[in-house]
Design a protein around this ligand. Structure first.
Ligand code: SF4
Length: 146
């Protein structure tokens, strides 16, 4: 079973109310068991919502509000949902396909907290949590290797 960012499958959970539908990811998920999650929605943030970026130890939205706790709780809920589903169905979590550069789902590179579109090294809150669980992560920018 694979964990997938919901917005990559066309779910309108992106901060602006849209999605990041990706044909390759959608096609992959037609033939592979997966669980779609949106950690920011799971953290009870509304959609649409002000964009947020990681700045040091916190997640701050463009209005200056600290949304670290919502991001953290949403990431935990999303991870636990996937782990529970895998346990119930007796499957392994084989990997995760996450949305690049997001403060939740980004892996390897994220926006730098200045809201200027500048990327820096780092992982989103959810991606970091999955990484800590030893789950292999790719983003939609890479060719799906599974
Ligand atoms: S939190 Fe992840 S799944 Fe949700 S909209 Fe952002 S990138 Fe997509």
């Amino acid at each position: 079973m694979y964990i997938v960012s919901g917005c990559l499958l066309g779910h309108n959970c992106k901060y602006n109310g849209g999605n990041n539908a990706n044909e390759e990811v959608i096609k992959f998920c037609e033939t592979h068991r997966h669980v779609a999650v949106c950690p920011e929605c799971a953290g009870k943030l509304p959609t649409p919502r002000p964009p947020a970026e990681i700045r040091g130890p916190r997640v701050i939205n463009i209005e200056g509000k600290n949304v670290t706790e919502e991001f953290r709780i949403g990431a935990e809920i999303s991870l636990n949902t996937a782990l529970q589903l895998a346990r119930i169905t007796g499957e392994e979590i084989e990997g995760a396909i996450l949305k690049a550069n997001s403060p939740s789902c980004g892996y390897g590179q994220i926006y730098d907290g200045t809201f200027t579109g500048t990327l820096t090294e780092g992982n989103g809150i959810f991606a970091e949590m999955l990484h800590g669980e030893g789950i292999e992560i790719i983003t939609e920018k890479e060719t799906i290797k599974w």
